[in-house]
Design a protein around this ligand. Structure first.
Ligand code: HEM
Ligand code: NAG
Ligand code: NAG
Ligand code: NAG
Ligand code: NAG
Ligand code: NAG
Ligand code: NAG
Length: 323
């Protein structure tokens, strides 16, 4: 260094600075990412979500779940949206997703509208993150600033989907470890489970609970039994509401259901079953504001799971296909 000219020192300094700066920016998402790159993007997403929810309010729940299932498998990289190819089997066929995930057409519609005004700029991963935020708010839930700048995966993994996504027969211990594996803690798990305040579930996932478990309200069990027979067969895909009291409103009803033993899945009721999550469930059941604040923060944390940034991944032209 001592023998270097001052301009030489400057160059070394600038290289070091650029390296550090790109190291930070590569990992960091920003709420203003598209403000100059595609100023129309967020309003296209919000209005398309509004149309979809006006047609069918369940779609808000379906989009929220799609985002969760994206983020828990290889990070929030849009991989859940990819169809199978000759080179990989996608996530849509995984146990938790097959015949179950919905909302792909809404994402496709948003993507094609955005491509027509700013082609190759807005990722499918980000579209899903924003559509989720807009869905929750439009169903009267909390809102948050979505961090943006995720890029899209060039591959997907059915194996990771089968391994990472928790199932409806999970114990509390299983649920905590599934979330831990994604960098989310037990508190986050209980908070994010409040998403089950909206949307539907199929009979085959709660049949055992409504016929065979004892920590369930009997009137509630009987009402679900009316549309879900004891043995598997034609009623397997019949739908029940995840929050029977306010099924299309994003509120703290899920936690009230749990303290009344009206959890739909075994995994839901595990959060209020004389275990370590009981206190948090009781708190949220009585305090919607705290639930909303915590949910918004946990959604941002969920959205920060392993995003592809910088030169990683791509901006897919069609959310179902790699470029
Ligand atoms: C804690 C572990 C979780 C388990 C075991 C679980 C399991 C399930 C299952 C089995 C269904 C019904 C699928 C069907 O019948 O086809 C479902 C629906 C749903 N899940 Fe979860 N889930 C969990 C956490 C979450 C999280 C963290 C979110 C979002 C942040 C979420 C959002 C939803 C929504 C909104 C629905 C309804 C979707 C619709 O109506 O289309 N879930 N979940
Ligand atoms: C989306 O639209 C709704 C009304 O449909 C509005 O209340 C909300 O503020 C909008 N959100 C954003 C982020 O623009
Ligand atoms: C409206 O929702 C129904 C399901 O309730 C769906 O079959 C239909 O495709 C939706 N239409 C539009 C235009 O989104
Ligand atoms: C599969 O991978 C090969 C080699 O990278 C590539 O040439 C081919 O286009 C890929 N096929 C599909 C359907 O993506
Ligand atoms: C879980 O993480 C959140 C924020 O990331 C933090 O506020 C909370 O205290 C953590 N909970 C536990 C049990 O570590
Ligand atoms: C019974 O299941 C069908 C098919 O999913 C659904 O349309 C209907 O709303 C369900 N009925 C009740 C009472 O939940
Ligand atoms: C929880 O504990 C209470 C009192 O100790 C007991 O009455 C109740 O049956 C227990 N609940 C479950 C689901 O084990």
């Amino acid at each position: 260094m001592a023998s270097m000219t001052s301009s030489g020192k400057m160059i070394v300094f600038c290289i070091a600075l650029a390296f550090c700066w790109s190291g930070v920016s590569a990992a960091k998402l920003s709420p203003t990412f598209y403000d100059t790159k595609c100023p129309q993007a967020l309003s296209i997403i919000n209005s398309t979500v509004a149309q979809a929810l006006a047609n069918e309010s369940r779609m808000g729940a379906s989009l929220l779940r799609l985002f969760f299932h994206d983020c828990f498998v290889r990070g929030c990289d849009g991989s859940v949206l990819l169809d199978d190819t000759a080179n990989f089997t996608g996530e849509k066929g995984a146990g938790a997703n097959f015949n179950s995930l919905r909302g792909f057409e809404v994402i496709d519609s948003i993507k094609s509208q955005i491509e027509s005004v700013c082609s190759g700029v807005v990722s499918c991963a980000d579209i899903l993150a924003v559509a989720t935020r807009d869905s929750v708010l439009q169903l009267r839930g909390p809102t948050w600033d979505v961090l943006l700048g995720r890029r899209d995966a060039r591959t997907a993994s059915i194996t990771a989907a089968n391994r990472n996504l928790p199932g409806p027969t999970s114990t509390l211990r299983n649920l905590i470890s599934a979330f831990k594996a994604q960098g989310m803690n037990a508190t986050d798990m209980v908070t994010l489970s409040g998403a089950h305040t909206i949307g539907n579930a199929r009979c085959l996932f709660y049949r055992f609970r409504i016929y065979s478990e004892s920590n369930i309200d009997q009137t509630f069990a009987a009402s679900l039994q009316a549309n879900c027979s004891r043995s598997s067969g034609p009623t397997d895909n019949n739908l029940g509401f995840l929050d029977v009291t306010t099924p299309t409103v994003f509120d703290n009803g899920y936690y009230q259901d749990l303290i009344n033993f009206k959890g739909v899945f075994h995994s839901d009721q595990e959060l209020f079953n004389n275990g370590t999550a009981d206190a948090q469930v009781t708190k949220y059941s009585a305090d919607q504001n705290t639930f909303f604040n915590d949910f918004a923060a946990a959604m941002i944390k969920l959205g920060n799971i392993k995003p592809l940034t910088g030169k990683k991944g791509e901006i897919t032209r069609n959310c179902r296909l790699i470029n």
